[in-house]
Design a protein. Structure first.
Length: 133
């Protein structure tokens, strides 16, 4: 199976990061998130609004959490939820649209990781919950 997959990847010129992104999209990204990512790519173009890296790294996967070290106690709060992903994608698109065209660059993994953290606190405030900070 891997031989055929490698041949197909070579035929379509799909690299390692692109193939990992495709795998994440097919196996771990929920439907509404997949649809919003697809819509953003249709509107702005792949590698315009975001590159394949954050998708390949699983940043849009359901229940993804990058909390480590001192942030481990916050893992539940910092894990992806449908609401936080919706806010993250909305915020990313608005940030991108509001930049001057010459200042736009695709979001990479480091850029995307900051948005969920901010969105979590925005979501908690929107719901009237105390952030505890």
């Amino acid at each position: 199976a891997w031989e055929n997959a490698a041949k197909e990847a070579e035929a379509y010129r799909i690299g390692n990061v692109e193939s990992k992104a495709a795998l994440q999209l097919l196996t771990a990204v929920d439907g509404p998130v997949f649809e919003k990512l697809s819509d953003m790519v249709r509107t702005y173009g792949m590698n315009k609004i975001l590159n394949h890296e954050p998708i390949a790294d699983g940043l849009f996967n359901r229940e993804y959490c990058a909390a480590s070290g001192q942030l481990k106690p916050w893992a539940e709060i910092l894990s992806n939820t449908p609401q936080s992903l919706e806010l993250t994608l909305h915020r990313m698109e608005e940030d991108y649209k509001n930049l001057h065209v010459k200042m736009r660059k695709p979001f990479g993994s480091k850029d995307v990781e900051a948005h969920p953290v901010l969105s979590k606190f925005q979501c908690r405030d929107t719901l009237g919950l105390s952030s505890g900070l």
